[in-house]
Design a protein around this ligand. Sequence first.
Ligand code: FUM
Length: 471
Amino acid sequence: MREFFDVVIIGAGVAGLSALLAIDDSQRVAVINPGSPLDTGSTWRAQGGVAVALGNDDSPELHAADTMVASRHLAEPRAVQTLTQEGPDRVTELLDRGLDVDRDADGETLFGLEAAHCRARVIHQKDHTGKALIGHLWERAKACRYASFFSQRATRLLLHNSAIGGVLLADGTLLDTPRVILASGGFAGLFEASTTGREVRGEGIVLAADVGARVRDLEFVQFHPTALDIATDGPLPLLTEALRGGGAKLRLESGERFVEELRPRDEVARAIASMRQKGHTVYLDLKPVERLAERFPGAYAHLTGSLRGKELLLPVRPAAHYTIGGVVTGLDGQTTVSGLYAAGEVASVGIHGANRLASNSLLEGLVFGHRAGRHAATSLRVWAPAPEGRPMVRMDEGPELALFRRLFEEATGVVRTSTGLARFLDWLNDQPVSVETILGRMVAESALARSESVGAHFRSDSSSSKIHVAG
Ligand code: FUM
C-alpha cells in the first residue's frame, strides 16, 4: 500500500500530539505510533508534572536561569528562553481547554517543588500527571478530522534528492510525504534498569542518522535517583522527585542521611549509586510527606504487599530515565535534512545541556512539538516520490536483547570508564547490526569521546570527577 500525506508525525506522545494540534485542517496528516499513547512511550509514565513559570512569585527569566544552571551552562540560551517564555502560553491553553490539574480550595493551581528549581513551579495531577496530559491531548487528537492514525512502527525514512520523500512502516506500507516530524522519544528503554517502557529504544535517532541528520550529546543520559528497587524484567516504577520536594528523605539502612535530597538529579543519582556500590541499601523515607496517600497515590500503593511497613520506607536505586541528546534541531524543529523535523526527547534543540532540569521535558514537548507542527504545516515543499527502501532490523525481546541491555548499562550507566566503554564497543563488533546495536555504538562512542565529567555524564577515570556525598 502507498498513500500520500502532507505531514507524517512519528510518535504520539506529548511532542507528537502537540505537533498535530498545531496543524490546521487544510493538511492531511498521518500519525504513526506502535499502540495507544495511553500506555506506550514515555509521556503517560510521567509523574511529577510540567515545570512552567505561571506562579505569582515566578517568571520565565527565573525558570530560564534554573534551566541554565542545571544544564551546567551547556544549554543554548535562545532555546531555553523560547521554552520558558512560550511555556506559559502553551500550558494556559491546556488549562483553558480543561486539562485537570491539582488546585487548592480556592481553585488556584498548585505548584510543586522539584530539585534545582528556585520556585515551586511544577503543575501536576497527583503523581500521574503524564496520564492526565496524554489523555487530554489524545481526546483532542482523535477529534482531528485531518489526521489518520497508524498503529505501526516506522522502519526507514526515505529520501529523494537528499530531501524527505517518505516513510516505510513495519507492515510494508509506504507513506509518501515531503515532511516528517520525528517525535518518537529517547532510548532509556535500552538500559537494564529503566523507568521507561522497554519499547523506547531510540529508533528515531537511528532513522534520522541513517538519512544523514546531525545528532549530538548522546552521552548525556539522565538517571533518575529514585526508581523503586524491585526485581522485574520490565521498567522500574518511578518514585517522583516531587516526593523529595514534599520532604521525603534518602536514608541508608542505618537511618543515616548521606546526600541533600534536592541537589541536581545527577548528583543525587551518583550519591545513591556510590552507596549501593559500597553494599548499602538506600531507602526513600516517605514519613515526612504530608497527606501522602492523597497527594501521591501511586507511591503510596507501593507501600502495600511485600513492601508494607510502618516506617514508610521504600528501597530505591537510580535508573535510566531520560536521554538528553538526540537529533539536532533549530527552534522550529528543523533538522539538517530538508523536510525532516524533530521534537521532544528524540530531538536536541539545546534546552538541557549536560543535565535536564526536572519536569522540563513535558514542557519541551508542548512548546517545541507545537513549533515543529506549525512550521512543517506552513513550509513550502516540492515533493517527488522516494525510491523504496528496506526496513531497519529491530531486536526482539529475548535473551540477546537482555544481554545487550546488561552490557550497555555496565558500559554507559551512572559511572563510565574508558576501559568499560572500549570493551562494550569491542563486543558490539561481533554483533549483528540492528537499531539497538547502532544506537549502542553511537552512545558509547560519544561517552568515550567526552573524557571529562560534566552533568549527567560521569567518567570515573577523569581527573575532575568527584561524587557528591555529604559528610
Ligand atoms: O520525578 C519525576 O516526577 C520526574 C520528573 C521528570 O523527569 O521531569
